[in-house]
Design a protein around this ligand. Structure first.
Ligand code: AMP
Length: 258
Protein backbone atom coordinates (compact mmCIF):
# COMPACT_ATOMS: atom_id res chain seq x y z
CA UNK A 1 0.00 0.00 0.00
CA UNK A 2 1.31 3.48 -0.74
CA UNK A 3 2.26 5.38 2.40
CA UNK A 4 3.68 8.58 0.94
CA UNK A 5 1.92 11.44 -0.74
CA UNK A 6 3.14 11.83 -4.28
CA UNK A 7 3.18 15.24 -5.90
CA UNK A 8 1.38 15.44 -9.24
CA UNK A 9 1.52 19.17 -9.61
CA UNK A 10 2.92 19.16 -13.13
CA UNK A 11 0.27 16.76 -14.35
CA UNK A 12 -2.67 18.55 -12.77
CA UNK A 13 -1.53 22.12 -13.44
CA UNK A 14 0.08 21.87 -16.89
CA UNK A 15 3.17 22.64 -18.86
CA UNK A 16 4.87 25.22 -16.62
CA UNK A 17 4.28 23.49 -13.28
CA UNK A 18 7.07 21.52 -11.59
CA UNK A 19 6.55 18.72 -9.08
CA UNK A 20 7.99 19.47 -5.62
CA UNK A 21 8.65 15.77 -5.06
CA UNK A 22 9.41 14.21 -8.45
CA UNK A 23 9.49 10.40 -8.57
CA UNK A 24 12.95 8.88 -8.14
CA UNK A 25 14.85 8.05 -11.32
CA UNK A 26 14.48 4.33 -12.08
CA UNK A 27 16.95 2.07 -13.87
CA UNK A 28 14.02 0.68 -15.77
CA UNK A 29 11.09 3.09 -15.53
CA UNK A 30 7.75 1.41 -16.19
CA UNK A 31 5.43 2.99 -18.73
CA UNK A 32 2.00 1.44 -18.53
CA UNK A 33 -1.54 2.18 -19.68
CA UNK A 34 -4.44 0.98 -17.51
CA UNK A 35 -7.67 0.18 -19.36
CA UNK A 36 -11.06 -0.85 -18.05
CA UNK A 37 -14.63 0.39 -17.73
CA UNK A 38 -15.32 3.17 -15.22
CA UNK A 39 -15.55 1.64 -11.75
CA UNK A 40 -13.53 -1.46 -12.56
CA UNK A 41 -10.95 -0.32 -10.00
CA UNK A 42 -8.13 0.84 -12.24
CA UNK A 43 -7.65 4.09 -10.28
CA UNK A 44 -7.07 2.05 -7.11
CA UNK A 45 -4.69 -0.27 -8.94
CA UNK A 46 -2.86 2.73 -10.38
CA UNK A 47 -2.38 4.09 -6.83
CA UNK A 48 -1.10 0.72 -5.58
CA UNK A 49 1.18 0.32 -8.59
CA UNK A 50 2.47 3.87 -8.21
CA UNK A 51 3.58 2.99 -4.66
CA UNK A 52 5.14 -0.27 -5.81
CA UNK A 53 6.86 0.83 -9.01
CA UNK A 54 7.64 4.43 -8.05
CA UNK A 55 5.98 5.62 -11.26
CA UNK A 56 3.57 8.54 -11.38
CA UNK A 57 -0.20 7.98 -11.60
CA UNK A 58 -1.39 10.22 -14.44
CA UNK A 59 -5.16 10.51 -14.81
CA UNK A 60 -6.78 12.77 -17.41
CA UNK A 61 -10.01 12.64 -15.36
CA UNK A 62 -8.09 14.23 -12.46
CA UNK A 63 -7.06 17.12 -14.74
CA UNK A 64 -10.73 17.80 -15.52
CA UNK A 65 -11.76 17.47 -11.88
CA UNK A 66 -8.98 19.92 -10.90
CA UNK A 67 -10.31 22.32 -13.59
CA UNK A 68 -13.82 21.98 -12.16
CA UNK A 69 -12.62 23.29 -8.79
CA UNK A 70 -10.51 26.09 -10.33
CA UNK A 71 -11.58 29.73 -10.69
CA UNK A 72 -13.71 29.71 -13.91
CA UNK A 73 -11.96 32.88 -15.14
CA UNK A 74 -8.67 30.91 -15.26
CA UNK A 75 -10.04 28.25 -17.62
CA UNK A 76 -9.69 28.28 -21.39
CA UNK A 77 -12.96 27.94 -23.37
CA UNK A 78 -11.90 24.35 -24.28
CA UNK A 79 -11.40 23.44 -20.63
CA UNK A 80 -14.74 25.04 -19.61
CA UNK A 81 -16.49 22.94 -22.30
CA UNK A 82 -14.56 19.85 -21.13
CA UNK A 83 -15.79 20.29 -17.56
CA UNK A 84 -19.38 20.44 -18.88
CA UNK A 85 -18.84 17.18 -20.83
CA UNK A 86 -17.52 15.55 -17.67
CA UNK A 87 -20.53 16.69 -15.63
CA UNK A 88 -22.83 14.95 -18.13
CA UNK A 89 -20.64 11.82 -18.11
CA UNK A 90 -19.74 12.32 -21.80
CA UNK A 91 -16.25 11.99 -23.23
CA UNK A 92 -14.32 15.22 -23.70
CA UNK A 93 -13.44 15.84 -27.40
CA UNK A 94 -10.23 14.10 -28.50
CA UNK A 95 -8.62 17.38 -29.63
CA UNK A 96 -8.97 18.92 -26.13
CA UNK A 97 -7.61 15.82 -24.38
CA UNK A 98 -4.71 15.49 -26.81
CA UNK A 99 -3.70 19.14 -26.40
CA UNK A 100 -3.66 18.71 -22.61
CA UNK A 101 -1.55 15.55 -22.78
CA UNK A 102 0.89 17.02 -25.33
CA UNK A 103 1.40 20.04 -23.03
CA UNK A 104 2.39 17.59 -20.29
CA UNK A 105 5.03 15.70 -22.27
CA UNK A 106 7.53 16.25 -19.43
CA UNK A 107 5.37 13.90 -17.30
CA UNK A 108 5.54 11.20 -19.97
CA UNK A 109 9.32 11.68 -20.16
CA UNK A 110 9.70 11.57 -16.36
CA UNK A 111 12.54 9.18 -15.35
CA UNK A 112 10.23 7.64 -12.74
CA UNK A 113 7.95 6.24 -15.48
CA UNK A 114 4.18 6.63 -15.70
CA UNK A 115 0.86 4.87 -15.25
CA UNK A 116 -1.74 6.35 -17.58
CA UNK A 117 -5.25 5.99 -16.17
CA UNK A 118 -8.24 7.11 -18.27
CA UNK A 119 -6.08 7.96 -21.28
CA UNK A 120 -6.16 6.90 -24.06
CA UNK A 121 -9.90 6.42 -24.25
CA UNK A 122 -10.48 6.26 -27.99
CA UNK A 123 -8.53 4.73 -30.86
CA UNK A 124 -7.77 8.27 -32.10
CA UNK A 125 -6.20 9.08 -28.71
CA UNK A 126 -4.25 5.79 -28.74
CA UNK A 127 -2.83 6.56 -32.19
CA UNK A 128 -1.89 10.08 -31.07
CA UNK A 129 -0.20 8.67 -27.95
CA UNK A 130 1.80 6.28 -30.16
CA UNK A 131 2.98 9.18 -32.29
CA UNK A 132 3.85 11.33 -29.27
CA UNK A 133 5.83 8.53 -27.59
CA UNK A 134 7.66 7.64 -30.79
CA UNK A 135 8.64 11.27 -31.28
CA UNK A 136 10.24 11.25 -27.82
CA UNK A 137 11.75 7.75 -28.25
CA UNK A 138 9.59 6.29 -25.50
CA UNK A 139 7.84 2.91 -25.49
CA UNK A 140 4.91 1.47 -23.59
CA UNK A 141 5.82 -1.65 -21.59
CA UNK A 142 2.27 -2.98 -21.41
CA UNK A 143 -1.43 -2.13 -21.38
CA UNK A 144 -3.23 -3.62 -18.38
CA UNK A 145 -6.87 -4.31 -19.18
CA UNK A 146 -9.06 -4.82 -16.09
CA UNK A 147 -12.18 -6.90 -16.80
CA UNK A 148 -15.39 -7.20 -14.73
CA UNK A 149 -19.13 -7.88 -15.36
CA UNK A 150 -21.26 -4.73 -15.56
CA UNK A 151 -23.45 -5.38 -12.44
CA UNK A 152 -20.33 -5.47 -10.27
CA UNK A 153 -19.05 -2.30 -11.89
CA UNK A 154 -22.20 -0.34 -10.99
CA UNK A 155 -21.96 -1.51 -7.34
CA UNK A 156 -18.36 -0.36 -7.18
CA UNK A 157 -19.04 3.06 -8.68
CA UNK A 158 -21.82 3.96 -6.29
CA UNK A 159 -19.61 3.23 -3.22
CA UNK A 160 -16.48 4.95 -4.49
CA UNK A 161 -15.02 7.91 -2.56
CA UNK A 162 -12.04 10.08 -3.57
CA UNK A 163 -9.71 12.30 -1.52
CA UNK A 164 -10.06 16.03 -2.29
CA UNK A 165 -6.28 16.52 -1.83
CA UNK A 166 -4.20 13.56 -2.99
CA UNK A 167 -6.96 11.88 -5.08
CA UNK A 168 -6.48 8.50 -3.38
CA UNK A 169 -9.50 6.27 -4.00
CA UNK A 170 -11.49 4.35 -1.35
CA UNK A 171 -14.72 2.32 -1.31
CA UNK A 172 -17.22 2.47 1.52
CA UNK A 173 -17.32 -1.35 1.73
CA UNK A 174 -14.45 -2.89 -0.23
CA UNK A 175 -11.70 -0.46 0.78
CA UNK A 176 -12.96 1.72 3.61
CA UNK A 177 -10.72 4.42 5.07
CA UNK A 178 -9.63 3.92 8.70
CA UNK A 179 -11.74 6.94 9.72
CA UNK A 180 -14.98 7.33 7.71
CA UNK A 181 -14.81 10.29 5.32
CA UNK A 182 -11.06 10.92 5.92
CA UNK A 183 -8.15 9.96 3.65
CA UNK A 184 -5.68 7.48 5.21
CA UNK A 185 -2.75 9.01 3.32
CA UNK A 186 -3.06 12.76 3.80
CA UNK A 187 -6.05 13.38 6.12
CA UNK A 188 -8.06 15.12 3.35
CA UNK A 189 -11.85 14.82 3.12
CA UNK A 190 -13.37 12.11 0.95
CA UNK A 191 -16.16 12.94 -1.52
CA UNK A 192 -18.38 11.20 -4.04
CA UNK A 193 -17.65 12.23 -7.61
CA UNK A 194 -20.48 13.99 -9.42
CA UNK A 195 -20.13 11.60 -12.35
CA UNK A 196 -20.55 8.57 -10.05
CA UNK A 197 -24.27 9.37 -9.77
CA UNK A 198 -26.66 6.93 -11.51
CA UNK A 199 -27.62 9.13 -14.50
CA UNK A 200 -23.96 9.87 -15.32
CA UNK A 201 -22.94 6.24 -14.77
CA UNK A 202 -25.32 5.13 -17.56
CA UNK A 203 -23.88 7.65 -20.05
CA UNK A 204 -20.31 6.74 -19.10
CA UNK A 205 -20.90 3.01 -19.58
CA UNK A 206 -22.32 3.71 -23.04
CA UNK A 207 -19.32 5.90 -23.93
CA UNK A 208 -17.04 3.10 -22.74
CA UNK A 209 -18.74 0.45 -24.88
CA UNK A 210 -18.62 2.49 -28.08
CA UNK A 211 -15.31 4.35 -27.75
CA UNK A 212 -13.02 2.63 -25.28
CA UNK A 213 -13.74 -1.10 -25.61
CA UNK A 214 -12.21 -1.14 -29.18
CA UNK A 215 -8.91 -0.11 -27.58
CA UNK A 216 -8.38 -3.61 -26.22
CA UNK A 217 -8.26 -4.90 -29.80
CA UNK A 218 -5.94 -2.04 -30.80
CA UNK A 219 -3.40 -2.98 -28.11
CA UNK A 220 -3.88 -6.73 -28.50
CA UNK A 221 -2.77 -6.40 -32.11
CA UNK A 222 0.36 -4.58 -30.89
CA UNK A 223 1.02 -7.43 -28.41
CA UNK A 224 0.85 -5.05 -25.47
CA UNK A 225 -2.41 -6.21 -23.89
CA UNK A 226 -2.41 -7.95 -20.50
CA UNK A 227 -5.94 -8.98 -19.47
CA UNK A 228 -6.50 -8.98 -15.68
CA UNK A 229 -9.71 -10.31 -14.06
CA UNK A 230 -10.90 -7.53 -11.73
CA UNK A 231 -12.99 -9.67 -9.32
CA UNK A 232 -12.24 -9.67 -5.59
CA UNK A 233 -10.63 -7.18 -3.23
CA UNK A 234 -8.22 -4.46 -4.40
CA UNK A 235 -5.40 -6.49 -2.79
CA UNK A 236 -6.39 -9.63 -4.75
CA UNK A 237 -6.46 -7.68 -7.99
CA UNK A 238 -3.13 -6.07 -7.15
CA UNK A 239 -1.54 -9.50 -6.56
CA UNK A 240 -2.89 -10.60 -9.94
CA UNK A 241 -1.50 -7.44 -11.53
CA UNK A 242 1.98 -8.00 -10.10
CA UNK A 243 1.86 -11.64 -11.12
CA UNK A 244 0.93 -10.67 -14.69
CA UNK A 245 3.71 -8.10 -14.81
CA UNK A 246 6.28 -10.64 -13.59
CA UNK A 247 5.16 -13.88 -15.20
CA UNK A 248 5.39 -13.22 -18.92
CA UNK A 249 3.27 -16.25 -19.84
CA UNK A 250 2.28 -16.04 -23.47
CA UNK A 251 -1.44 -15.47 -23.88
CA UNK A 252 -3.55 -16.92 -26.70
CA UNK A 253 -3.82 -13.58 -28.50
CA UNK A 254 -0.39 -12.18 -27.79
CA UNK A 255 0.15 -10.98 -24.25
CA UNK A 256 2.84 -8.53 -23.29
CA UNK A 257 5.67 -9.41 -20.94
CA UNK A 258 7.00 -6.70 -18.67
P1 AMP B 1 -12.25 9.25 -15.28
O1 AMP B 1 -11.85 9.77 -13.94
O2 AMP B 1 -11.10 8.69 -16.05
O3 AMP B 1 -13.42 8.31 -15.22
O4 AMP B 1 -12.73 10.53 -16.12
C1 AMP B 1 -13.80 11.33 -15.71
C2 AMP B 1 -14.38 12.05 -16.91
O5 AMP B 1 -13.39 12.92 -17.50
C3 AMP B 1 -14.85 11.16 -18.06
O6 AMP B 1 -16.18 10.67 -17.86
C4 AMP B 1 -14.77 12.13 -19.24
O7 AMP B 1 -15.84 13.07 -19.21
C5 AMP B 1 -13.50 12.91 -18.92
N1 AMP B 1 -12.29 12.25 -19.46
C6 AMP B 1 -11.23 11.80 -18.74
N2 AMP B 1 -10.28 11.30 -19.55
C7 AMP B 1 -10.76 11.40 -20.80
C8 AMP B 1 -10.24 11.03 -22.07
N3 AMP B 1 -9.05 10.43 -22.20
N4 AMP B 1 -11.01 11.28 -23.16
C9 AMP B 1 -12.21 11.89 -23.07
N5 AMP B 1 -12.76 12.26 -21.88
C10 AMP B 1 -12.04 12.02 -20.75
Amino acid sequence: MPTTTRDRKAWLKGADARCNVPPETRVRPRRLVLLGAPGVGKGTQAELLAGHLGACHLSTGDIFRAAKSADPSELTPALTAAVECMRRGELVPDSTVLDLVAERISCLRCPGGFLLDGFPRTVTQAEALDTLLQKHKLKLDAVLSYELPIEQIVARLSGRRTCVNCKAVFHVEARPPKIPGICDHCGGSLYQREDDRPESIRVRMQAYETSTAPLTEFYRRRKLLVAIPAEGSPEDIFERTLHSLRSGHPAPHGQATV
